[in-house]
Each structure stands twice: as C-alpha cells, then as structure tokens.
Write a protein that binds this ligand. Structure first.
Ligand code: S3P
Length: 421
C-alpha cells in the first residue's frame, strides 16, 4: 500500500477502547457470578480471540459492536474446551489464560499464530509451576493439566503485566496467600478490576497480595480509549506543521502515561483536560499541537509505563533536534516482533540516523528523511508508527501490510485520513 500523505492534521478523534482493559473485562466477566455489561469494547482481533476462547469454554458472550455482555458462570463455571484454544496474535490472551487454566479441573491446550509460537511463555509457566501448575512446553502449543494450586511468594524477574496477571488469576484458585513482588510497576488494570469485583487483593507499593476468592461480583465496565492507540495521533499532531488534535476519552491510568511524560520532556505542547475517573480508571481528553521537539533519554522504571509506545516515540525522536537514547527496553525484543530490530531496520531505510543497542536504540534526530518501502513484520504497532513517520518523508513510502493494524485498531487508516487535510 502507498502511504498517502496529509499536509496537516486537525480535529477531534475518539480512538477505540483500551486493549488491556477489554481483555480483562471479558476474562474477569467470564469468571464472575453473573452478567457483565461492557461498553466501549475494542473489537480488535486480539480481544476477539479472547472472546472466542471463552465461548469455547462454554461462556455465552453477546457482541453488539462495542457493547458486549459476558454471561459469567462463576470461578468454577468454565467447561473443558473441545479443541485446542486458539489465541491468534494475542500475547495477553495466551498468558492470562495460562493462569486460569492451570487451576481448573480439566486439561486444555493453547496455541496461536506464527508470532505467538515464538514468544516466550517460560516467564508464566515458571511461576505457575511453583504454584503447582502442570504445563508442558515453554512455547506454544502449551498443554495444561488442571491441578490444585497453592500460593507463592514470588519476585518477578521481568516487569510484565501479563506475567503478573497470570499469577494473580491463578491465585484466585490457589490455597493460601500469594505475594507478588514487581521489580518495576507495570499496568495495574487487573488489580483495579478485581478489587471492584470484591476479590481479596491489595497492593502495597510494588507488592501485590491476593487470596483465593469464592465469588467475583460482576461489575459493568466502560472501557476508555486506548492511550497506546491515541499515541499515534499525539505524535502526528506534534510533528506535523500547523496541526492540533484532540483525542477524547483516553485512559490515563498512571501506569500507562509514560508517553505523556516523555513527550513533555521533549518539549511537546500537550494538555490533559476534563480529567475524570471511571470505575477506578482515570480518563482525560488529550490535546496536542505542532511543537519543536528535542531529544531525551528514556530509561529505568518509566519503560513499563510506555513499553508499547516506544515505536511511535522513536518516530517522534526522528523529528526532534538532537539525540534520543532509549535504554533498559530489552522487553521490546519479545513483542509481536523484535521491535528494537524492526524499528532500527525500517527507520534506517528512509535515512534516519539510528543505531541498535542491546537494550534499545539511539536516534540522532532533526534530519530530513526520504521515501522507502517499509515492512511491518505483521506487527500492528509497526504499521501505524510507519504511517505517521511517512508523513514527513520526502518521497513515496509504502507499507507491505496494512491489515495487521486490525489487531488493536481496525479503523486506524480511516480515522487517520479523516483528520488529515
Ligand atoms: C499487556 C502488557 C504488556 C503490553 C501488552 C499488553 C497487558 O505486555 O506490551 O501489549 O494487557 O497486560 P508485557 O506484560 O509482556 O510487558
């Protein structure tokens, strides 16, 4: 596909629902003792994979666009799936399911697409095994024998909300208390939602304490817009001349707002307005306008707060004066693709001065870029980041695959060109 260029981007946009919260609303809704109404559900391929998996375990789920009703059957109400559960491209579905399936009275198996089959699962199978889980393989397909579980005291070697949540979900079935110690704070949507549902869970700094739960009360979930999707429009509005974009109703949970901090730091004109709270999650409207950006260093405990935004932050760095250094981001190597390698290879193609490092990249920004034929590696966030990058290239840019955007943002290109003129 040729990436069509816009000359400025202005207006107001509402991005689709948060991917992490949409997954959790279906998963926890399925385990609740009653029905959960979800509004603003993300109809992206990943979240639809989660729905499919739970339907295959006997949960009735009505989908009507962004409105979804999950008819929960209680913590012990899942049925043995008749076939291998298929999670598509979704790491969140795969890892969170491992936590739940480990504590069931039936056996199950999970696999996903080619990318999922390469993503490390040992980070979940290891702690779950310590709880008594029996899981064969460290990569998909995984074979899970339902077992009785017990609580553990576990220090996580990586900052990962997927790993944390897998352990929390297993703890709902485990005898005794589980204490999880995070090395850095990762997104806490699971903890917030479970608390609202009456689970015995509390957080104390980087420690999470959780005990077996008899009943999860259903709570309706109004999913805010995904800051990871809003990020593409935030950067677009900052780098395009004469632009001003407002993204309304964006989730700004502090465990997710690293991108706002970094863009501020880079000199961005970015404003949060109408800050409010919805079911424990903070929500705001975000307005950005064209700004002269400068380089920065991104490292340490901010990384989990912006991990999915690093490809688009790299794009912002291309148009920032001076050097941007991204460190401590090895986790990027095990995302939908190796996002350090993919970003460096693709940005180099159009003349960006960018160097790959062991745990990130160094970008010397503020130089002109030219057209290129980009590859997405089937990664939704690469497709959207490269589309933003292409806007300021001198010459034509193409994308080998635009369909992969549907994983988290099916209407991305439509929304993008509506803002452009
Ligand atoms: C997610 C956690 C993050 C993130 C992913 C969604 C979640 O992964 O990259 O897109 O919903 O828990 P890790 O937990 O592996 O960092």
């Amino acid at each position: 596909m040729v990436i069509r260029k816009i000359s400025k981007a202005s207006g107001t946009i509402k991005v689709p629902g948060d991917k992490s919260i949409s997954h959790r609303a279906v998963i926890l809704g399925a385990l609740a003792g009653g029905s959960t109404e979800i509004t603003g559900f993300l109809q992206g391929a990943d979240c639809l994979s989660t729905i499919d998996c739970f339907r295959n375990m006997g949960i009735d789920i009505d989908v009507n666009g962004e409105n979804v009703t999950v008819h929960g059957n209680g913590l012990n109400g899942l049925k043995a799936p008749e076939q291998m559960l298929y999670t598509g491209n979704s790491g969140t579905t795969t890892r969170l399911l491992c936590g739940i399936l480990s504590g069931q009275t039936f056996d199950s198996s999970i696999t996903g697409d080619a990318s999922i089959q390469k993503r490390p699962m040992k980070r979940v199978t290891e702690p779950l095994s310590l709880m008594g889980a029996k899981i064969k393989n460290d990569y998909c397909p995984l074979y899970i024998q339902g077992s009785s579980l017990h609580g553990i005291n576990y220090t996580m070697p990586v900052a990962s909300a997927q790993v944390k949540t897998a352990i929390i979900l297993a703890s709902l079935y485990a005898d005794g208390e589980t204490v999880i110690h995070e090395i850095e704070k990762s997104r806490d949507h699971t903890e917030l939602m479970l608390s609202a549902m009456g689970a015995d869970i509390h957080t104390d700094g980087l420690d999470i304490h959780i005990k077996k739960t008899g009943l999860l009360e259903p709570v309706n979930v109004d999913v805010p817009g995904d800051i990871s999707s809003a990020a593409f429009f935030m950067v677009l509005g900052l780098i395009m001349p004469n632009s001003k974009i407002t993204v309304t109703n964006v989730g700004v949970n502090p465990t997710r707002t690293g991108i706002i901090d970094v863009l501020h730091d880079m000199g961005a004109n970015i404003k949060l307005e109408n800050l409010r709270s919805s079911a424990g999650e903070s929500v705001a409207d975000i307005t950005v306008s064209s700004s002269a950006l400068h380089g920065t260093t991104i490292s340490g405990d901010i990384i989990p707060r912006l991990i999915d935004e690093l490809p688009i932050i790299a794009v912002a760095a291309v148009f920032a004066d001076g050097q941007t250094v991204i460190k401590d981001a090895e986790e990027l190597k095990v995302k939908e693709t190796n996002r350090i390698r993919a970003v460096v290879d693709e940005l180099s193609k159009c003349g960006v001065d960018i160097t790959e490092t062991d745990d990130g990249m160094i970008i010397n920004g503020g130089k002109n870029i030219h057209g290129a034929d980009f590859k997405t590696y089937g990664d939704h966030r690469m497709a959207m980041s490269l589309t933003v990058l292409a806007q300021l290239a001198n010459g034509e840019c193409t994308l080998d695959d635009s369909d992969c955007a549907c994983v988290s943002y099916p209407s991305f290109f439509e929304d993008f060109y509506k803002l452009g003129n």
